[in-house]
Structure formats: structure tokens, C-alpha cells
Ligand binder design. Sequence first.
Ligand SMILES: Cc1ncc(COP(=O)(O)O)c(C=O)c1O
Length: 402
Amino acid sequence: MLKSDQMPSISNKGKSMPQSPIRKLVPYAEDAKKRGVEVFHLNIGQPDIKTPEVALNAVKNNDLEILAYSRSEGSEEYRAKIAQYYLKNNINVSAQDIIVTTGGSEALLFTFGSIMDVGDEVIIPEPFYANYNGFSIASGVKVVPVISKIENNFALPPIEEFEKLITPRTKAILICNPGNPTGYLYSKEEVQELAGIVKKHDLFLIADEVYREFAYDGAKHYSVMEESGLENHAIMIDSVSKRYSMCGARIGCIVSKNKDVIQTALKFAQARLSPPTYAQIASEAALETPQSYFDEVIDEYVERRNTLIEELQKIEGVKVAKPNGAFYCIAELPVKSSDEFAQWLLEEFNLNNQTIMVAPAAGFYSTPGVGANQIRIAYVLNKESLIKAVSILKEALKVYND
Ligand SMILES: Cc1ncc(COP(=O)(O)O)c(C=O)c1O
């Protein structure tokens, strides 16, 4: 007989899924707000930039009578237009090399599923986008980290460090360029070093390029798809979320010249039927966004970054790497545990009834203990709010006692 308190058990995989380090503090932030404290959100990459009107209008002015499935690989028109957009960015691909996904997130999941089996290994420079851990666990894949250092601005670790970690189970190297959470933009030479090693060891090079447009100080983004001779190795992950401040559209894509990869990813895509139809309409229209939109957005982010870094550098004991891409930076704080500090900021601290929410950086590393005194700051707030937020951090560090 079953006892009434018996319950079917959760999978080991489910138990090992990490909580999002970015979202796990949300309940504390909600409590702070209920107490009337204003919270500055530096914790999440949700830009405050307006979505291009062309994209919103394409949905508003649409007279669809049936909101039907699209093709599993994404609508033909949309894929053809994305290919044209890539061509303008020096990336020579056609619609056949593209599978539209439900965000870059699904593109990563399908890529892992397409190229790796349970027990296979993927080498990733850390700190890395925390959800790579989740996608790896969901796919039964082992993350093998290579530490990049704040002292070097999180540049690519020496290529020998990667080579040392390659085993018979290694299937891929995954980079995020420009990086979340580091803001580091890899140079052409760094991408070419990676190209050399994946060719030598017959691995895939997955490049998450969802922040491609966000390259600062005249630096030019160099895509893995631009590198000749890498056609069978390179897989690019992309998304409209950040480019057009369209995170809620949930549209991304996988791009590869490797036909086996695309054909396999298509089977995963067929299993979930189709990416969202309205969101593809919006994303297709977003491709008409004028260059002036991007110029303004980039100017805005550069100004925010400069303000943030200058203000952080004024705080004693804080170390920060100046990012040249994306809209994040990692800061090292004079605290033992940024996890506890971030929670304390929300639970116990306020300055004139205002506080900040930051993302503890330990969740962006897979080596235990590393990054425990670091936080990730997303500069997705306007300049005035950023100045206020950093002054809150400065006062908080004066009174925090760990
Ligand atoms: C590096 C990186 N890759 C992928 C994603 C996933 O984005 P989405 O699923 O919204 O396209 C994000 C989102 O923040 C990200 O920062």
C-alpha cells in the first residue's frame, strides 16, 4: 500500500539544474519593493531601449486571420532576409544555412543536442553566460571551464590552456563574443587562434554572437562565420533580443555552413513544430531598422559604460575590467561572498529608501569558489540612474560587514 506522503521522485537531471543566478534574488527584490524601497536593477540584461517602431508596427498593422504555425526552420522570407543582413556584415550565408529558433536560448539547446551526446565535453572560457550551465545539464553534457582573468580584461586565455583540456570526449569550444558577463570583444587574431585549434582537433566552434552590434571604441566584431576554412566547424548563435531590444519576441537562430548540423537541428526544430509566428513578423520588419537607431543606441551604451566604469573606479577596493562590447561588466568587490552581499543589499540596506540589485558572479563560473567576490553589472539603466546606483554601492560597502 502506498503511504499518503509518498511522491514520485524528481530526476537527478532536474535536481542538478542550477537556479538562475540572475533571477534567484527576485523574491528579495520584490519584498524590498513591498517595503517601499526603490530597487535599481543592474542584475538583468533587459535593456530600457525602445524597440524599433517598424517591428512593433508590423504586428500592430497585421491583418492575419489565422495565427498559424510557420515552417519549423522559420519562414522562408524571414530566413532569406536574415541572410541578406549577414551578407552586409561580411558573413556569406544563405537561407538554407539558417534555422530560426525561439530565442538564442533554443538555438543553444538545439546546437548542444545536435552535436553532443551524454558525457561529451564542451570547453568554455569562464566566467560565461550562466545558462550555458543549464543547457549543458539539460543535454547531459559536461562543461570544462578555462579561467579568463579580470587582470587581463577577460581576454582569451592562452590557447595552450584549451589544448591541455581536450580529451576524447571533447566535442566543442563555446565562446560568447562579445561576452556576457565580461563585455570582452575577441579580436580577429583570438578567433583565428580558436579556429586553428578546432581544426587541429576536429571540434566544433560554437560562437554566441547575440551582442554582435555592441562593439565599442571603433573595434570591429569578427564573426566565426567570416573565417574561411571553418565552414564545417563553425556554428553561430544569434538573437533579436538585444539587437533590437526585443527580448520578449523570443526569436533567435542557428547559423552554420555545416549541412549535417543544420539538418540535425531541423529535426529538433520539427519536434517543437515552429518558432512563434507574430514574433517572426516583427523580427523580419526589424531588419528594416535604420542605421541611425543603432548609432544612437551604441552612443548611449558607450556613455553609460564610461560613466559606470569611472564611478566604480572611484570606490576603494573595487576592481573592474573595462568592457569593449555588450552591456555588462564584472566588478570585484572587497567582500567575501557577493551572493550574501547581494541579498543583504535587498534585505537590509537602503540609502534614502533606494537600493540596488546586482548579479553575484559565482553563478557565471563553473569552477567552485572562483568569482565569489565578483558581481556582474548590466548597464541597462540611464546615466543618472547608474550614477545613483554606484553611489548606493559605495555607501553599502562602507557599512557592510562580513
Ligand atoms: C550570451 C547570451 N546568449 C544567449 C542569450 C539568450 O537570449 P534569448 O533567448 O533571449 O535570445 C542571452 C540572454 O541574455 C545571452 O546573454
